[in-house]
Design a protein around this ligand. Structure first.
Ligand code: GDP
Length: 366
């Protein structure tokens, strides 16, 4: 059978996977002209649907924009900074400036010092080989910081095109949909277009001066905890509201389980307090360190969940990371899940997190 192509963007039509590009419901193939769901929603609702890609295809896109002029916007999830990092971006974007935007600022507790977070993001970016022209915090969902972001984009693009990149789940589509709403009048239609040199469509949002903002597909990053969970579990770990920090006074040789997704062992040191910042929906269980292994073996997926259901099979085994904390107020960040603030120095602790999920130390943001 002849391969059907979308009349909007030209992509090959497929009917199997709604999350992949080119999806159209099987029933729609009866029509004379077939349009993929993404183009359909864009045309009819001016709304962008997230599509995702794996590494190689994504690199092809980055290569495609390497020699163009313009500004690159990299969107990261501040809750999953390391997990949503795209490695080697600086190498691919050539001479273009990169504006780093941290999304989901609405879930930060009020006590967090935003400048500290921005400074940490700058330092982490530098460690990872990226020198952004600026770092901004926004909530695409609530619209916070969007006006400043739009002004900054206008300034930094210097009359050139803009390319938006990001991993899946960072909120890139939510961000772009906000831009579309502010850039289009009632009844106006956004165009999709093929990007020369790749087989993939980039969505083009025209700007007043003839230039455009291009949305790239979200890259699937296997370090993201999100990819190991089914939809229900992902909902449970993804904070929707401002985090409520939970304080625990622990003695040495006590353990806290964060659902069944991570485990925190207080190994040695004086009685001390630890503050957990994770989604309010996640249950924390306290136990003795000596009982922790058997509790996990016997209750994973029930008392210790998520993971549950399908996620149980998808979850990689937990890996232990030990730290001797020397400085007061240190955060142990479990990418995509949250962080634990160690209030006092001189303690030895261990964090067990799914294999591939980064665990890093940072100075507390409070
Ligand atoms: P994409 O895969 O990067 O295009 O991400 P989406 O825009 O589809 O968003 C992924 C998830 O993050 C969804 O559950 C969104 O509701 C959520 N999200 C997006 N932006 C924000 C935000 O600013 N704050 C919060 N709390 N959640 C957000």
């Amino acid at each position: 059978m002849e391969q059907l192509k979308c009349i909007g963007c030209g992509i090959d039509i497929q009917t199997e996977d709604p999350k992949k590009e080119g999806y159209a419901p099987a029933a729609s193939l009866e029509k004379e002209e077939v349009i993929c769901r993404r183009c359909f929603r864009l045309r009819n609702y001016n709304e962008l649907q997230p599509v995702s890609l794996s590494g190689d295809d994504f690199l092809a896109i980055l290569n495609g924009i390497g020699d163009k002029e313009g500004l690159v916007i990299k969107v990261v999830d501040i809750f999953d900074f390391n997990g949503s990092w795209i490695n080697g971006l600086q190498r691919f974007v050539g001479q273009k400036d990169i504006l780093l935007i941290g999304n989901k600022s609405d879930i930060l507790p009020k006590s967090i010092n935003r400048n500290r977070l921005i400074n940490w993001m700058k330092a982490e970016a530098a460690k990872l080989g990226l020198k952004p022209i600026d770092v901004l915090l926004i909530s695409a969902y609530k619209g916070q910081g969007m006006e400043e972001a739009l002004n900054a984009i206008d300034e930094y693009r210097k009359g050139k095109d803009v390319y938006v990149v990001g991993c899946t789940n960072v909120g890139k589509s939510t961000f772009i949909n906000r831009i579309i709403k502010s850039a289009t009048g009632v009844g106006e239609v956004i165009t999709t277009s093929h990007f020369p040199g790749t087989t993939l469509d980039l969505v083009e949002i025209p700007l007043d001066d003839g230039k455009a903002i291009y949305d790239t597909p979200g890259i699937i990053n296997n370090h993201q905890i999100a990819h190991h969970l089914d939809t229900t579990d992902l909902k449970a770990i993804t904070p929707k509201k401002e985090l409520k920090p939970k304080v625990f006074q622990l003695n040495a040789e006590q353990t806290l389980f964060i659902g069944g997704l991570a485990r925190f062992d207080f190994i040695a040191g004086d009685r001390s307090s630890f503050t957990i910042h994770v989604s309010n929906e996640l249950q924390i269980h306290r136990t003795k360190l000596e009982n922790a292994d058997s509790l996990y073996a016997n209750h994973l997926g029930e008392m210790l969940s998520p993971p549950s259901g399908e996620s149980l099979d998808k979850m990689p085994p937990l890996v232990r990371h030990e730290f001797s904390v020397k400085k007061p107020k240190t955060d142990l960040v479990i990418s995509g899940l949250g962080w634990i603030t160690v209030q006092h120095p001189g303690v030895v602790v261990a964090v067990h997190a799914p294999r591939g999920v980064d665990v890093v130390l940072r100075p507390s943001l409070i």
